[in-house]
Design a protein around this ligand. Structure first.
Ligand code: CMC
Length: 392
């Protein structure tokens, strides 16, 4: 293939320059615009981090208040979008609904077509950050047959999301400070992670000049897979299936067996080879949340910690440097907050929308941007002549 480099999975290909997120996989370091994830997740609000990812600097009080107002102003959905939601079967997976409905936003906002206009790009970015949570909660409401709950713009971003998930027309829902804080932290940890599969998908889709809502829908589709964002749902399914500590060795053996497709979900990472810093934070927070909910003996958490301990003392996992990743403990926290399992990946998508949008904005302003067009190494037959069907 001459000049071509064969790099399946893009193990060693840098597809762009970026100033948003830095990862050092050997040291377990994750920085958003230079700020350590440990500091941001402990101290910042999700919209503060969103501002940082979008604009490059932390906002001062005035800038943050203005940004919060702009985002909250866009939280409503066009009433016609309800028709899309209602078209889905009652047991549709909320991720399937999210892909469809976010994509359909491209049919509502024609100004998003003028992607060469910087102001229009910014409005599309704000709309996405504001509307994806509303669609996500509506997808959940649809799946349980309850009416959609409208956003409340007097609430903070995470409190409003919990309100849209759990209020009903008959009953107000006041999220506990604990739930709001936990969600804020989970959203910050999931907000960006440089050129992962879904972000690269958004960039590739956008490289052709496609509509931003359609590009984000493509990112959501990529996130859904169990090797990516779908892992948080798969972890809880796996822990439930393992059931008891005494069954762990059987599952470890299955994960090591190369003839068995089973993998330990929530384990391993393309970049982190020395513990995922997000998993470290979540393990600690999981402890705190369960304690505060008086659920300290949560059986899934006990099982997860034992599984981690057993796997990390096993040569197979040591040699391959496989550690728990962000998805290993997040599902347990979501579950403790009352969020159903089929919504876990949707929660990831809500948070990651900020990262996708930040990358889209960065890319649109990058003079090096050109259509993404990988090459291939052809392995098929050489030139041959067509035979009429009766001669084959
Ligand atoms: N359980 C058992 N073996 C594993 C696992 C696992 N979870 N992950 C990797 N391995 C083995 C793999 O079989 C291979 O072994 P060998 O060298 O003997 O063939 C070796 O480790 C390297 O794995 P790989 O598949 O080449 O690594 P990758 O960088 O292509 O894949 C991964 C990374 C995250 C897709 C993979 O570790 C995996 O499938 N993990 C489980 C799913 C998961 O938790 N995904 C969430 C990722 S983090 C958050 C996110 O991105 O959404």
């Amino acid at each position: 293939a001459g000049f071509l480099t064969y790099d399946p999975g893009f193990m060693s290909t840098a597809s762009c320059h970026s100033s948003i997120t830095f990862i050092d996989g050997e040291q377990g370091i994750l920085l958003y615009r230079g700020y350590p994830i440990e500091q941001l997740s402990a101290k910042a609000s999700f919209l503060e981090v969103a501002y940082l990812l979008l604009y490059g600097e932390l906002p001062n009080e005035k800038a943050l208040a203005e940004f919060e107002q702009v985002i909250m102003r866009h939280t409503m959905l066009n009433e016609n979008l309800k028709n899309f939601l209602n078209g889905f079967h009652y047991d549709a997976h909320p991720m399937a609904i999210l892909i469809g409905v976010v994509g359909s936003l491209s049919a509502f906002y024609h100004d998003s077509l003028s992607i060469n206009n910087v102001r229009h790009r910014e409005i599309s970015a704000h709309r996405l950050i504001a509307k994806v949570p509303t669609i996500a909660a509506a997808a959940y409401k649809h799946s349980i047959g309850e009416p959609i709950i409208y956003p409340r713009n007097d609430l903070r971003y995470c409190a409003n999301f919990l309100h849209m998930m759990f209020a009903t027309p008959c009953e107000e829902y006041r999220p506990s400070l604990l739930a709001e804080r936990a969600l804020n932290l989970l959203f910050i940890l999931h907000a960006d992670h440089e050129q992962n599969a879904s972000t690269s998908t958004v960039r590739l889709a956008a490289s052709s000049g496609a509509n931003p809502f359609a590009c984000i829908a493509a990112g959501i589709a990529s996130l859904w897979g169990p090797a990516h964002g779908g892992a948080n749902e798969a972890v809880i399914a796996m822990l439930t299936e393992i059931g008891e500590v005494k069954h762990i060795p059987k599952y470890i053996a299955k994960a090591k067996d190369k003839d068995d497709p089973f993998r330990l979900m929530g384990f391993g990472h393309r970049v982190y080879k020395n513990y995922d810093p997000r998993a470290k934070i979540l393990r600690e927070v999981c402890h705190q949340v369960l304690n505060e909910l008086a659920d300290a003996n949560n059986p899934l958490f006990e099982l997860a910690m034992r599984l981690e301990e057993i796997a990390l003392s096993d040569d197979y996992f040591i040699e391959r440097r496989l550690y728990p990743n962000v998805d290993f403990y997040s599902g347990i926290i979501y579950q403790a907050l009352g969020i159903p399992r089929n919504m876990f990946t949707v929660m990831f998508a809500v948070a990651r929308t900020v990262g996708w949008v930040a990358h889209w904005l960065e890319m649109m302003g990058d003079p090096d941007n050109r259509i993404g067009r990988p090459r291939q190494i052809y392995r098929g037959p050489g030139k041959r002549d067509y035979l009429p069907i009766w001669q084959r």
